[in-house]
Design a protein around this ligand. Structure first.
Ligand SMILES: Nc1ncnc2c1ncn2[C@@H]1O[C@H](COP(=O)(O)OP(=O)(O)OP(=O)(O)O)[C@@H](O)[C@H]1O
Ligand SMILES: [Zn+2]
Length: 476
């Protein structure tokens, strides 16, 4: 099955062909660490997590790098406000970011390079740009001379003439032209600084990603990603720096995520309309948050509403119920000596759903469409279970295995498929059920009920059906 990816650079979906067989090298711009991550950040990083998981599922070895911008104007400003040391502030929020991502089951990147640990490499890179005639020193810093790079604007479609008029450019006293951007900023009193051939100062924002990605992934690699707001100026400038320096095409596929929106505006720290990942995790499980994000295609805007999250929770619960139904049914399902009409019907539904799931994921990681296929399978298997007296093991297993794939790629239902943990846990639950049955026989109902109530508190619900007691996971 051919994977097609929408490339912001060419503005179309293209067949994905990595530069090296069997390997995908991928760089995602990480956060500027001065505050708690909000749902907007979570959306972007969950989206790239699922993209990475899917590539791994397809058999690629994925080498993933994500930077931490641990020195920047915003960090310096915030540190001044709170009276903290900028480095300590950054350190604190790196730790918080990593904790939040772990809580959201986002697989960690392989390498998390930080700007402050790559100052020498950054200086060398800037020197190379100067040697090649793309950079010049001004009174307050070193700048990239945009008009020297002929392909400028190829990613964002922005014209240098528009920037000339002064729109969307950062101020800088020492610039030759309004569109030029800083590679190195000379230190103002009291700011963090490092030695350089241009005096003490610190790197501009964009240079770090050109330097650190090429250090770890090479001078050309497959995927570079980030949120939509990074297309311009950040990624446009990264391309200019890197391609000017290396003299060849740098990144093959540019991927950008849509914004999480609140009442028509981007969720952002500056607008103050954000909800932090931590706050959300008080109210919703990580899987509900992932599910909420995955119900939309990663390039579409995603409206943040309580109803939306509640809806995601209900939908996820429906799938959990289906999984429970399958699990319970599998315990007493029959090996098939023959298949009837119902079996073929269910089999075909699972087969088609699975095919649609892969088609959707291969179509630019369309998780929204893929989830529709998951529901088709869930509905079909529920129908099969209600219509069939003695369900066949092989049918249930087909559905079960499909859900296991969904779990691996979407990072949901994880507790179900952690085999080792599950095995032990199930044995313990069964033991408690036996003890309870014994207690009930002895009419010691208070203790028997205590077992039932305590299990319920842990998310395990017991249901007595005649002589038999079955259990269900009710926690989402
Ligand atoms: N509302 C949002 N929806 C989706 N992605 C977002 C949103 N806000 C930020 N991101 C993405 O999160 C990543 C980290 O962003 P960064 O640390 O630069 O945040 P930021 O721009 O400072 O945040 P804010 O916009 O809240 O000030 C970037 O890829 C950015 O595009
Ligand atoms: Zn970047």
């Amino acid at each position: 099955m051919v994977l097609r990816i929408y490339n912001t650079l060419t503005r179309q979906k293209e067949e994905f062909k990595p530069l090296r067989d069997g390997e995908v090298r991928m760089y995602v711009c990480g956060p500027t660490v001065y505050d708690y991550p909000h749902l907007g950040h979570a959306r972007t990083y969950i989206a790239f997590d699922v993209i990475r998981r899917y590539l791994e599922h397809k058999g690629y070895t994925v080498l993933m790098v994500m930077n931490f911008t641990d020195i920047d104007d915003k960090i310096i400003r915030r540190a001044k406000e709170t009276g903290e040391d900028p480095r300590e502030l950054a350190e604190k929020f790196i730790k918080i970011f990593l904790e939040d991502m772990q809580a959201l089951k986002v697989k960690p990147a392989d390498i998390y390079p930080r700007v402050t640990e790559h100052i020498n490499e950054i200086i060398k890179f800037i020197e190379k740009l100067r040697e090649k005639g793309y950079a010049y020193e001004g009174s307050d810093g070193v700048y990239f001379e945009v008009q020297k790079f002929k392909d400028y604007g190829k990613l964002s479609g922005i014209k240098v003439e528009e920037l000339r008029k002064g729109a969307r450019v950062e101020p800088g006293e020492g610039k030759k032209n309004p569109e030029d951007f800083a590679l190195w900023k000379k230190a103002k009193p009291g700011e963090p600084k490092w030695e350089s051939p241009w005096g003490e100062g610190r790197p501009g924002w964009h240079i770090e990603c050109s330097v650190m990605s090429s250090k770890y992934l090479g001078e050309s690699f497959d995927i570079h990603g980030g949120g939509n707001d990074l297309i311009f100026p950040h990624h446009e400038n990264e391309i200019a720096q890197s391609e000017a320096c290396f003299g060849h095409e740098w990144v093959r596929y540019w991927l950008h995520t849509g914004f999480v929106m609140v009442k028509g505006e981007k969720m952002s720290k500056s607008l103050g309309n954000f909800v932090t990942v931590r706050e959300l995790l008080q109210r919703y499980s990580p899987e509900v948050i992932r599910f909420f994000v995955l119900q939309k295609h990663y390039r579409s805007p995603l409206d943040y509403t309580e109803e939306g999250l509640q809806h995601a929770k209900n939908n996820l619960e429906r799938l959990y119920n289906t999984l429970e139904n399958i699990r319970v049914a599998m315990e007493k399902a029959e090996i098939s000596y023959t298949w009837g009409e119902k079996e073929f019907e269910a089999y075909e539904a699972v087969r088609d759903g699975r095919r649609k799931f892969y088609e959707a994921m291969d179509d630019d990681f369309n998780t929204a469409e893929a989830l529709r296929a998951v529901f088709e399978v869930a509905n079909a298997i529920n129908k099969y279970l209600t219509e069939t007296e003695r369900p066949k093991e092989s049918i249930l297993r087909k559905a079960w295995e499909f859900f296991k794939i969904v779990s691996e790629i979407f990072g949901i239902f994880e507790d179900y498929f952690k085999e080792e943990k599950k095995g032990e846990e199930e044995e313990l639950i069964r033991l408690l059920i036996e003890v309870r049955a014994q207690l009930r026989k002895e009419k010691r109902y208070d203790l028997a009920d205590k077992i039932r109530d305590e299990l319920k508190r842990l998310g395990i619900q017991l249901e007595d059906k005649g002589e038999e007691t079955i259990w269900k996971r009710i926690k989402v």
